[in-house]
Design a protein. Structure first.
Lengths: 775, 160
């Protein structure tokens, strides 16, 4: 084995020179001749019947190429797909343009295509739509009550699906318990807000009868397959390219109306058509995350032993299912046990249609809900039993010897050492001193709180059996004539840095300089097959495929080297990119020379195919389960309701680390979004379904000043699920952070009798609680 | 919408004379007329800062300025920073410190940093965070950006 040189070290990102110079190409930066521009007219109503649409004036505007409505499209384009499987699922038709009825503010009604984007927008003002408003329902719980306005009149209720999981006898747990703790939780809707909105360019080549779609997506290969189905156009004549993608956070792990619509327009017009989403459109029509309400019940012994937990929840699906909308609750339910040994667990979820845009995967995707519920519940139990929350967690932790750990939700956690991460975080934060300080400050009328989150999450999505469209990933490694290496990966990075980390792996294992390794991704014509980047799977599934392909390339190189050097492969050593005969150090051949021999193909072992490349498709045997402890220390100004984060310590364990700098960045960015949910962010619709938070003026994304100084450390517990022992880190910060912040604020306000606060913890809410409490 | 007006703008040191619609946004002029696509559009409402450029030496959000408002002005975009000798110290620092992930906010963030360091060559962490309040980064959590600005400040002081 060569000595690892780059894996595990801070390697500066190879993506960055083009990005810091503004020389990269996001969808909107692509320059194409004769491109037409599309603008989309969207519903101003949450629910309305469309009596008619008059496009005459718009069509007549100079520069307008065409104006298309749902009636024009009819059934020539299929329904936007939902891939989640659930036997109880009601799946409404999801047309690319509204067909006679609109069901949320922002639903596409018509599209204007013009020679320039300004004219296309002008055309929208000239389209007359005769709407007849219908009763709308915005509130999830009201939507599921009898007599609610129906989002889809073909069904007798707004129930979209039901789901349940778990095992054990909760009645028995209740009977044996000394204490029952109950709490309702609201997981507010969040907007993912990648700074680059969505965008699509579709080009049809009439001569070749081929369609190319550039889209700001996390899943180019899945998008291609779905477009083939929706358009009824053969998959092998579609090429999807994800160019530089400016952030996704799950919202680009989807197939949207606009992608199919633009492809349809390109084919209809035999042209190139472009649409770039505006931010207001992005707030209205790109998926939201979370949107869950539920009630937990925990049955506990006086000594802190947790006997059972139930969590009964509702999911606000919105008006239509996006790709994975019904797939979010299972991720909550499966992870409701957290890092604790709880013998009885029961999770239920009911999806409810509302007159709002769909919810779907947003960074964490169902797991932040689970983590908030179990970590808040731990603090509620600790308060009820007058126990230290740390002691309660220690008492219920799964122990290192328990792994692989069978959890009552049906999962088997791969590896973990929860105690070690907690101990490290406690030491960093100086816990005992903090509790003494808290006591002292309270005597002075100052309110400090300490909050914990000893989270575990589920990553490396995932075994194919558990995902709707395959959980494997492909990796190809190829060395060409001149000894340069090219990596093709099916993951589609959009900020995660895999052009660097994958090259670190290949550089180490083939002994070639990292400058000689190119990592290509995001183009279905370049990468044979793939699934994409989501669910913290880049390194753990995609990276593993690349690692496996690299080993195959090295084995083949070794066989060629042995043949050239006229020895057995057993007689060879490989170091620093050179095969040498053991004991004869000057008899050797570099891997670059081997690559040349592989292509010249005159000195290959008998029967060996020329070339030096290999493809591996990695099918993980299980998920991975990263974990850690986040501790947040706050002081609340009871006169203003403001929360100051005094200290934030995060100890995360994502298994083996390929590039610590990139892991730090993922954790920090994740915490910013988790903090956003705890303190700042909330998508608000009024009761009629009007979107109140329609711009970044109304929707508070964390800015530099909102983030406190953060202290980081890691423990490293390798995963047994893949050969590199990696787990994934893209979502850990978001999943782990939120409960620690909420727990800290609730702890700070304990003297006011506050036991729970729903997010976001805005100053006004905090101030009101300080005036009266919420018992 | 055929009425146009003539503007003269010096962009990245090059004098330009163009016929533009009065309603054309500066960011679209830079991107679509001049092909300088390093300046990005994130919100169209001056709230995210992705479109930050320098107009007559001061940072400005080009998504809410009209091209005609830049008539007679000197405009600098992200494309003006690197030279044949290499990256600008701010660009270098963002690279060194992992001050970017998806990179979409980065050109605007770098231009805002330029303004910040121009006004305050030795900013404290607090001053950096306040100085960048007009720019949203959704990926990094800002810590590495703050590190990058501090490194750039040191480099630029050493270089002058």
């Amino acid at each position: 084995m060569p000595v690892s040189k780059l894996v595990g070290t801070k390697v500066k990102r190879r993506e960055d020179p083009r990005l810091v110079q503004g020389l990269s190409h996001y969808v909107d930066d692509l320059r194409m001749a004769d491109v037409m521009h599309a603008a989309i007219l969207r519903s101003p109503h949450a629910h309305a019947h469309i009596n008619g649409i008059n496009t005459d004036a718009a069509q007549a505007l100079p520069g307008v190429v065409t104006v298309v409505t749902g009636a024009d499209i009819g059934d020539s384009v299929g329904s936007v797909p939902c891939a989640a499987a659930n036997p109880t699922l009601r799946t409404p038709p999801h047309p690319v343009l509204a067909q006679g009825e609109v069901r949320y503010v922002g639903e596409p009604v018509a599209v204007a295509v013009a020679g320039d984007s300004y004219t296309a927008r002008d055309a929208l003002d000239l389209i007359e739509v005769d709407y007849e408003p219908l009763p709308a329902v915005s509130d999830l719980e009201k939507a599921l009550e009898p007599g609610s306005p129906l989002v889809h009149s073909q069904w007798d209720s707004n129930q979209a699906f039901t789901f349940e999981c778990g095992t054990g006898d909760m009645d028995k747990a209740r009977a044996e318990a000394d204490v029952i703790v109950r709490q309702k939780f609201i997981h507010q809707r969040l907007a993912p807000i990648p700074v680059e909105t969505r965008g699509v360019v579709a080009r049809y080549f009439p001569g070749e009868d081929e369609l190319t779609v550039w889209s700001s997506t996390q899943i180019p290969h899945l998008l291609r397959a779905m477009l083939a189905l929706v358009l009824g156009f053969p998959e092998h004549r579609i090429r999807v390219i994800a160019p530089e993608v400016g952030g996704g956070f799950g919202c680009k792990l989807n197939v949207y109306r606009e992608e199919a619509l633009l492809a349809h327009l390109a084919m209809k017009l035999k042209a190139t058509v472009k649409w770039i989403e505006g931010r207001r459109e992005n707030m209205q029509a790109t998926i939201h995350g979370r949107g869950q309400v539920g009630t937990v019940e925990a049955a506990v012994k006086k000594d802190g032993t947790i006997l059972g937990v139930t969590y009964d929840s509702l999911l606000d699906t919105g008006a239509y299912h996006q790709l994975l909308t019904p797939g979010m609750p299972p991720l909550t339910g499966l992870m409701i046990s957290g890092s604790y040994k709880i013998p009885t667990l029961k999770f239920t979820s009911t999806g409810g249609f509302t007159n709002k845009v769909a919810t779907d995967a947003y960074r964490g995707a169902g797991r932040p809900e689970a983590t908030l519920v179990i970590e808040r519940t731990m603090d509620l139990i600790a308060r009820e039993l007058d126990m230290d929350p740390v002691e309660l967690r220690r008492k219920n932790f799964a122990q290192p010897s328990d792994f692989p750990l069978s959890v009552a939700t049906g999962l088997a956690y791969d590896s973990g050492n929860y105690q070690a991460a907690l101990d490290k975080a406690l030491e960093m934060v100086g816990y005992q001193d903090l509790r003494a300080e808290q006591k002292r400050l309270r005597e002075e009328g100052r309110y400090m709180g300490i909050g914990f989150s000893t989270y575990v999450e589920i990553c490396a999505m995932g075994p194919s059996a558990a995902l709707p469209a395959g959980g494997w990933e492909s990796g190809t490694v190829r060395m060409d004539f001149t000894g340069k290496a090219t990596v093709l990966t099916g993951v589609s990075p959009h900020g995660q840095g895999e052009e660097t980390t994958f090259a670190q792996i290949v550089s180490d294992d083939l002994g070639v300089p990292i400058e000689d390794v190119a990592v290509l991704h995001g183009d279905t014509a370049v990468v044979p097959n793939g699934i994409g980047t989501f669910g913290s799977r880049g390194i753990s599934v995609g990276g593993t495929a690349v690692y496996m392909a690299t080993q195959k390339v090295r084995e083949k190189a070794e066989a060629i080297a042995a043949n050239v050097l006229e020895c057995s492969t057993d007689d060879l050593e490989f170091e620093d990119g050179k095969f040498t005969v053991k004991g004869v150090p000057d008899k050797g051949i570099t891997i670059q020379e081997v690559a040349l021999q592989a292509h010249v193909a005159t000195k290959l072992p008998a029967g060996m195919e020329p070339g030096l490349q290999a493809t591996s498709v990695f099918e993980p045997s299980n998920f991975t389960f990263p974990f850690g402890t986040h501790i947040c220390v706050v002081e609340v100004d009871t006169h203003s309701g403001e929360i100051e984060i005094k200290k934030y310590v995060a100890v995360d364990d994502c298994g083996k680390v390929i590039n610590p700098m990139i892991v730090d960045g993922q954790v920090q960015g994740g915490i910013a979004q988790g903090l956003g949910q705890a303190l700042l962010e909330e998508v608000v619709y009024d009761e009629d379904g009007q979107l109140v938070t329609g711009s970044l003026m109304d929707y508070a994304v964390a800015r530099a000043e909102d983030l406190p100084p953060l202290e980081f450390a890691r423990t490293e517990t390798p995963s047994p699920v893949n050969p590199m022992g990696v787990k994934g880190v893209g979502e850990a910060g978001t999943i782990g952070s939120t409960p620690s912040i909420v727990n800290a604020v609730v702890d700070a306000l304990a003297p006011f009798g506050v036991t729970h606060i729903d997010m976001p913890l805005k100053p006004e809410k905090i101030w009101r609680l300080c005036q009266g409490g919420n018992k | 919408m055929s009425n146009t007006t003539t503007i003269q703008v010096r962009v990245n040191g090059v004098s330009r004379t163009d016929e533009v619609q009065p309603r054309l946004l500066l960011v679209h002029y830079l991107r679509d007329v001049l092909g300088l696509t390093g300046t990005h559009i994130g919100c169209e409402t001056s709230l995210c800062g992705a479109c930050t450029v320098m107009v007559d030496g001061a940072a400005a959000k080009s998504c809410t300025l009209l091209a005609v408002q830049a008539d007679g002005c000197e405009v600098e975009t992200i494309e003006s920073l690197a030279t044949e000798d290499g990256l600008h110290p701010i660009q270098e620092a963002f690279w060194d410190c992992h001050g970017l992930q998806c990179g979409f906010c980065t050109p605007g963030m770098i231009m805002a940093t330029r303004q910040l360091l121009q006004e305050n060559p030795s900013p404290s962490e607090e001053e950096i965070r306040r100085g960048l309040e007009g720019n949203i980064c959704r990926c990094t959590g800002y810590k590495h950006i703050v590190d990058a600005v501090q490194q750039a400040a040191e480099q630029m002081k050493a270089g002058t």
